[in-house]
Write a protein that binds this ligand. Sequence first.
Ligand code: SF4
Length: 243
Amino acid sequence: MSAQDAIDFVSDNITEVGTLMRSLSGRYEGIFGNLRAAYGVAFEQAGSIADAARDASAIADAATASFRDNIPNQPGNACSSGCAACCHLYVQVPPGTATVMAQHIVAHFTQDERAALRARLEVAAAAARDAADVMKLRMRCALLGADNRCTVYEVRPLSCRAFTSRSVARCHDVVFGDVPEGTGVEQNAAHFRIHMEATFALEQAARNRGLPDAQKGLAQALLDEMTSSDAATHPDQCLAAQK
Ligand code: SF4
């Protein structure tokens, strides 16, 4: 093979693979458009916005598992149970999520646990109201157990599910340390996007149903839901408490 033949062979080979890669990259991007459309169809069929929020977590979990099992070169994940640095960041929830969480709390928490949680949520909601910039707020989540595990793990919000990290040390620096403005924890882009698409689709589903679509701070949203479910379950006690 002459030098020119070698150049032609290598160039043709690279051109062919480049064409394949461009086609694949379009298909890869299409995954997220299809995902958003699938969320939308499922949420339209859900009986309520809370049911849609439940569906959102199930679909996002399945998409995450499928990505992990089928798409090569996924970034590593240093997250593990009991590492709760990210549970000191401000969390927002899309429509329906707080209802699902409040229902879970009614079903699984004792009355004393609910009262203690309500007190912690009130402190957290007040801190968020008073904060000049909630994104800089660093506060232990009211739902984080003494063992540093989420007490509502099965129904945790989409943003909690979305957050991943390749480095525990980096998380601790960003959450508890002093890092330059605008720097954060590098996310697994696909994993994060799966959950953000669910969030956007839930907001759209709420608009389609004529419901408020804005995300709310977790503590306030959960307090509101717990108050309305208590009012529905024990109307006499709530009226007495208001007097
Ligand atoms: S809801 Fe659970 S996972 Fe989310 S910040 Fe609170 S304790 Fe952590």
